[in-house]
Write a protein that binds this ligand. Structure first.
Ligand code: PMP
Length: 293
């Protein structure tokens, strides 16, 4: 690796920029955020999942791949498809933020908009994969999605905290496929047991936060221990975005804001880590609507 950050190809750019930064926040006594928008493709945590899943498709010599996405994994897979010359057909909910759909199209992906949430899309993708002969990556039910985060996200976090003599008493993460919380939980619980408390965050009932969903037992979350689940409204998530923006000057995404909202429910000095999956530039419409309300 070049210490001057010179790269010969985009995969090297991805992997050699790990670990993503860990930033101490000023919103509490001892709270740190892992900034996953430093990943280069989707500018989100989903670059990690996408890389692990895509490698399987390469091994299988797939020419066309397909996946249901709330946005970020779709963008990351679009990048990888462009790099490796594969055709990618993405299914995305109609209400997903525009930024994802535009980004995927620019990267050369065929984008199919349907349904309210990824739950509606999974059966569509499955039948499309069958009729078209496409390789379905199946992030919601693929153990590689957990492995990606055990081997990269969680391991990085462990090493970063050790380097500053900190122990993660509590880790707060949002849940979509459950890949990153399951990977983090498995890694830390296997190594340190219940000394590390894992808090999962989901949208409140009848509310919507892009990228995450209420858990109903059919995601990867069910394969790992989550000590407590906290419901957060979209309003609380955006207030969390604003709190970090106006204290640290960093524009985080809505699901990141949801981890801040969950953190606000605790009033103690435990060393707490928030996983910030992406940044706020994808959600300008949502943020504008909030500012105008
Ligand atoms: N936040 C955002 C912005 C996301 O795109 C995702 C992935 N859909 C998540 C959180 C949840 O991540 P995971 O799929 O690993 O549960």
């Amino acid at each position: 690796m070049s210490s001057e950050k010179v790269y010969y190809n985009p995969i090297q750019l991805l992997e050699e920029n790990w670990p993503t930064p860990l930033l101490k926040l000023s919103i509490g006594q001892d709270v740190w955020a892992k900034l996953e928008f430093f990943n280069p493709f989707s500018r989100s945590i989903k670059d990690r999942t996408a890389l692990f899943l895509f490698r399987e498709a390469l091994k299988a010599d797939a020419t066309q791949i397909t996946e249901a996405t709330s946005g970020n994994v779709g963008v990351a897979l679009s990048s990888l498809s462009a790099i490796y010359g594969k055709k990618f057909v993405a299914f995305i909910p109609t209400q997903a933020p525009r930024a994802f759909k535009i980004a995927m199209k620019v990267l050369g992906t065929e984008v199919i908009e349907a349904g309210k949430s990824t739950n509606d899309l999974i059966p569509l993708v499955k039948s499309f994969a069958k009729t078209s002969g496409s390789y379905h990556l199946n992030q919601f039910n693929n153990p590689l999605n957990i492995k990606a985060h055990m081997e990269t996200t969680a391991k990085e976090l462990d090493e970063q905290l050790k380097s500053v003599n900190k122990f993660p008493e509590r880790i707060i993460a949002t849940m979509g496929t459950g890949g990153h919380i399951a990977g983090i939980s498995k890694y830390f619980k296997e190594k340190y047991g219940d000394e590390v408390e894992i808090i999962g965050v989901q949208p409140a009932e009848n509310d919507r936060i892009p990228g995450i969903k209420r858990q109903n037992g059919d995601t990867l979350v069910s394969s790992a221990k989550v000590d407590r689940v906290i419901d957060v409204t979209s309003k609380e998530a955006i207030e969390g975005v604003i709190k970090v923006a106006r204290s640290s000057g960093i524009l985080i995404g809505l699901s990141s804001g949801a981890t801040v909202a969950a953190y606000n429910r605790f009033n103690d000095e435990k060393t707490t880590i928030l996983i910030f999956p992406d940044d706020g530039f994808k959600y300008l419409d949502e943020l504008e609507r909030f500012l105008q309300s």
